[in-house]
Design a binder for this molecule. Structure first.
Ligand SMILES: Cc1cc2nc3c(=O)[nH]c(=O)nc-3n(C[C@H](O)[C@H](O)[C@H](O)COP(=O)(O)OP(=O)(O)OC[C@H]3O[C@@H](n4cnc5c(N)ncnc54)[C@H](O)[C@@H]3O)c2cc1C
Length: 394
């Protein structure tokens, strides 16, 4: 026990010598503040030391110290993990949010280089000014989650229907390895100092995949090289409610949209009907009559480079969704008068963030115990049935 205390003390002192006293703490209020993620079902866990490095070299030095004293070290971005990934009982908790710089936004070759502690909100705000986007707009937890967390959790997010998972837009990373030397490496084209890091493959064997979805176990990501896309300026969103609780139809309609609307389909989200039942009971500004909530609601976001193309996508989407009267058009205003009508809908980063945040917890200030699963859409119905059965059994 004495040995453990003295090794933590020694490690603390050595880290303080490198970072200065402002960015390292062993105070209880700091440990408490960093003791949780967004996972109320998990117990809090208190680290021994909280550290906030700013550079890759500082991270490397801290890794060397952790190795020297054999103290565990856990990276943390926005702390929005659902399953306790970015907290630790004892050891060093590395808050990476000071590594939030944008090194480059290259609109000629469509890539950007950012610190892994940058939030989606901060990064997208800058990209939007230049008419480019990473495509994926970050996870449902919101814009205060970080790029490092997105890469490490292989996060799915807004616009993933079109652009894939966060690792799919990753061209390479800079990582501090957990070895005793705290070696700093780069992957993708960025591994070659003479290459422009606009591509992942072809310059050398690529090791990026080793660090994607690794929940931080393979190393600490300090920089990310991300793919950019021109941001299609014309966007529209429509909501459709299914006439019954039928996830087989959800699959069939989703598949059809994917096949027939193709590139215009930016995002397809399906919200379970229970969410709407709970919300319609809870919203502040209610309509006088309650709508009949019959089934899950589709949120379909379309985008295009031209209004005329967008109009064709809208027509096609309505054709698919309203044929056979399996669904009807739905408006959030039916249950919440504060919500904008979707025909007037204009895309803004702020609105996207608040929209999701407003509805993510149906019983504020509590959040349900949730986790993310990746399920093939053809297996959706089966998975929902299993989920329902699980809830009944436990
Ligand atoms: C309300 C809510 C909605 C959510 N919606 C979604 C969703 O739509 N899709 C989805 O996939 N997830 C979702 N999540 C889960 C989570 O928010 C995301 O996975 C998010 O990307 C985590 O980012 P973060 O910066 O908060 O990561 P953190 O919680 O800080 O860390 C996540 C994991 O990555 C590791 N890590 C963080 N940064 C680094 C780094 N730089 N180097 C190495 N490892 C690192 C941590 O150790 C931890 O294991 C949601 C969570 C909540 C609470």
């Amino acid at each position: 026990m004495v040995f453990i205390i003295s090794k933590v003390k020694n490690a603390y002192k050595e880290i303080e010598d490198i970072l200065g006293s402002d960015f390292v703490s062993n105070k209880d209020f700091m440990k408490a503040a960093y003791s949780r993620n967004v996972d109320p079902a998990f117990p809090d866990r208190w680290a021994d030391i909280i550290v906030r490095p700013e550079t890759s070299e500082e991270v490397s030095d801290i890794v060397k110290i952790a190795n020297k004293y054999k103290i565990r070290i856990i990276p943390r971005g926005g702390g929005a993990d659902l399953v306790g990934g970015s907290v630790t009982e004892e050891g060093i908790l590395l808050d990476l949010t000071r590594m939030n710089q944008i090194d480059e936004i290259n609109v000629d070759d469509y890539y950007c280089i950012v610190g892994c502690g940058i939030t989606w909100g901060a990064m997208l705000s800058e990209l939007q000014k230049k008419g480019v986007t990473t495509g994926i707009l970050g996870p449902g937890s919101g814009y205060s989650a970080t790029i490092g967390g997105g890469l490490s959790n292989a996060t799915v997010g807004f616009s993933s229907t079109k652009y894939g998972l966060v690792p799919d837009i990753c061209l390479g990373v800079e990582v501090v390895l957990p070895n005793p030397e705290g070696t700093i490496i780069r992957t993708g084209a960025a591994s070659n100092q003479y290459a422009t890091p606009f591509c992942r493959y072809g310059v050398s064997p690529d090791f990026t995949g080793l660090f994607m979805g690794d929940v931080g176990t393979m190393g600490i990501k300090t920089k990310a090289f991300l793919r950019l896309f021109p941001d299609p300026p014309f966007k529209a969103r429509r909501y459709y409610m299914l006439s019954k609780e039928d996830y087989d139809s959800v699959f069939k309609l989703g598949h059809k949209l994917r096949k027939e609307v193709g590139d215009g389909l930016n995002d397809l989200m399906v919200w379970p009907s229970i969410l709407f039942q709970l919300l319609s009971a809870q919203v502040v500004n209610k309509p006088s009559t309650r709508p009949k909530i019959t089934g899950p609601v589709f949120s379909v976001t379309l985008d295009a480079t031209d209004q005329r193309i967008l109009d064709v996508y809208l027509e096609k989407t309505n054709e698919i969704m309203l044929k056979d009267e399996v669904t009807r058009l739905f408006e959030w205003q039916e249950i919440d008068l504060d919500m904008a009508h979707s025909n007037d809908w204009k895309f803004t980063l702020k609105e996207e963030f608040h929209f999701f945040q407003k509805y993510i917890s149906t019983a504020p200030p509590k959040t349900s115990m949730t986790t993310c699963h990746k399920v093939a859409i053809s297996k959706l119905n089966e998975s929902v049935q299993k989920g329902v059965q699980f809830n009944r059994d436990f």
